[in-house]
Design a protein around this ligand. Structure first.
Ligand code: HEM
Length: 516
């Protein structure tokens, strides 16, 4: 396996001449795009409507840097369900209507991802999250099949979650006996990471282990980082300056550190597999990838499973499977502290259905409509990933509902806006689990709620995420009452409004647990 610095430097051409040429080309392209978009070209359909923006900066000064989802919602109220705006020189198109988003996300043409220099440098076009075309299809299929074979979202994962629950419940018992207020995220991160680490790397990072501390901190840095503060993302020509000081950019830095960490893990697996890779019975996704690489190379294919590809797929699943689910659980408990009546109703339902000391299992789900509705409503009102992930039209001259979608525009399904659409939700701005309950009290399903997005690039981990959230939330609710520590009670608005990194992050809080 190549050294990581070599792998990353392969993604970094660059001399002064290239700098000059690229800057000139970027300026020329920008000028042309601007000239075209303001001239009201007769041949091409217009861009979707949106604010005019400032010279060079576009709408950047109008975005709340901590909560761009709120600023974009305001724009949608003015300009409609398909809007466009520029931040720096990057064009964004936002879809804020469920039916339009469904049509777009089901369309093969919109399975592209950003070709931004930042993403290219971090991924080299490899992996699963940011790859496109046949490479993406091949690896999405393989990753899903492999994880399924290892019991992804099935019995084996249920067993793993239950083992993790032992630790969570012990922590909560200790906290409740000592009346110690706590931030619950760490306990949830440890649990969700243990599950995905077993599936991807065949091992777990145990408490007290510095590697677990690294994963926790890295996840926090990665998911609280603001992509919009990554200058070259909005002004590609600044990339040449930023790349001279790679450690000055937090998102680059944390990406490199995680990749190095994953590379060490892959090397451990290689050591364990020994010389007879072919005869080794794979125990996790990483082993399968190492074996597939050997097969591909034997057949003369040195591209599909090159080092960067293997590292990125393992890393992306490992990271995406850790913080997203832990944060969903954190938000659920926060809503339960502020919605005490719903907390009591969930607990009454759990007491009725789950007898004695038994833990809730997936089979109980059908008997727990209210619990399911509370979970679904929390997904809705939080919208953990308000912009899902950016997509891109892969075909030139794409026209969608009368508007031009250039191939370099970043297209977002705006899940935050859709989950607040008054045409769809009776009480869009309130915590109202009845959105997901039929009049007879049965669970109505997710309907138009799309926390995991939808269509061709729908979240790979949806079934695992949903399973973990249901099992952990219901087990905690069965055994503990949760409330906000007194000094945070008056901060409801700040805590629930929080801020936006890659995920929505609540404001600072401390929870108190009391055994039931
Ligand atoms: C509650 C937890 C989670 C939420 C809310 C969530 C949400 C999302 C969203 C909104 C997307 C973007 C889909 C799009 O491009 O339109 C996504 C993609 C993805 N998620 Fe998740 N996710 C969660 C858990 C997980 C887990 C547990 C894993 C790993 C096992 C995972 C792996 C991925 C991957 C690999 C993609 C990229 C799929 C692709 O590009 O084809 N996610 N997720």
């Amino acid at each position: 396996m190549q050294r990581l610095s070599d792998l990353l430097s392969q993604q970094q051409p660059g001399t002064l001449a290239t700098l000059a040429a690229t800057t000139a080309a970027a300026a020329g392209t920008l000028w042309l795009v601007r000239a075209w978009s303001t001239s009201g070209s007769r041949q091409k359909p217009p861009l979707p409507p949106g604010p005019r923006g400032w010279p060079l900066l576009g709408s950047l000064p109008n975005m709340d840097p901590k909560r761009s989802h709120e600023s974009v919602l305001e724009l949608c109220k003015t300009f409609g369900p398909i809007i466009s705006y520029r931040l720096g020189s990057q064009l964004f198109i936002v879809i804020n209507d469920y039916d339009l988003a469904k049509e777009l996300l089901d369309d093969e043409n919109f399975t592209g991802r950003s070709r931004s220099v930042v993403i290219q440098r971090q991924t080299g076009g490899c992996g699963l999250l940011f790859s496109e075309g046949s490479l993406w299809k091949q690896h999405r299929r393989l990753a899903l099949k492999t994880l399924r074979d290892f019991g992804f979202a099935k019995d084996r994962s249920v067993e793993m979650v239950n083992i993790q629950l032992d630790d969570i419940l012990t922590d909560l018992r200790d906290a409740s006996e000592s009346a110690r207020p706590l931030n619950i995220l760490d306990a949830f991160t440890e649990a969700t990471n243990a599950v995905i680490a077993t599936l991807t790397l065949g091992r777990q990072f145990r408490r007290g282990d510095p590697e677990l501390e690294f994963v926790r901190t890295a996840a926090r840095r990665l998911f609280t980082g603001r992509p919009l503060q990554n200058l070259p993302f909005l002004f590609p020509w600044t990339d040449y300056i930023v790349r001279l000081f790679p450690t000055s950019n937090e998102l680059n830095l944390v990406n490199m550190e995680i990749l190095e960490f994953i590379q060490r893990q892959v090397q451990e697996r290689l050591k364990l597999m020994g010389a007879d890779i072919e005869g080794f019975e794979p125990e996790c996704l990483c082993d399968v990838y190492i074996k597939e690489r050997q097969k591909a190379e034997a057949a003369g294919d040195f591209e599909s499973f090159k080092d960067m590809q293997v590292l990125r797929v393992v890393m992306e699943l490992f990271m995406a499977g850790t913080d997203t689910t832990a944060r969903s659980l954190e938000w659920l408990l926060l809503y339960m502290t502020f919605e005490q009546d719903w907390q009591s109703r969930v607990q009454a339902e759990l007491d009725r259905v789950i007898d004695g000391e038994r833990r809730p299992s997936m089979r109980d789900r059908d008997q727990l409509p209210l619990t399911c509705a509370v979970i679904e409503e929390t997904y809705r009102i939080v919208s953990l990933t308000p912009f899902a992930l950016f997509h891109r039209a892969t075909q030139q001259d794409t026209v969608f509902h009368g508007y031009s979608f250039p191939t370099d525009a970043l297209v977002f399904p705006f899940t935050y806006g859709m989950s607040r659409d008054p045409k769809v939700w009776a009480r869009p701005n309130e915590f109202h689990p009845e959105h997901f309950l039929r009049p007879d009290g049965s669970f109505a399903g997710s309907g138009k709620n799309i926390p995991f997005s939808m269509g061709r690039r729908v979240c790979v981990g949806e079934s695992l995420g949903r399973m973990e959230v249901f099992l952990i939330f219901s087990a905690v609710m069965k055994l503990f009452k949760v409330r906000m520590a007194d000094e945070y009670l008056s901060k409801r608005e700040d805590i629930l409004r929080g801020s936006l990194g890659i995920l929505r992050i609540p404001g600072d809080y401390r929870l108190l647990f009391e055994a039931r």
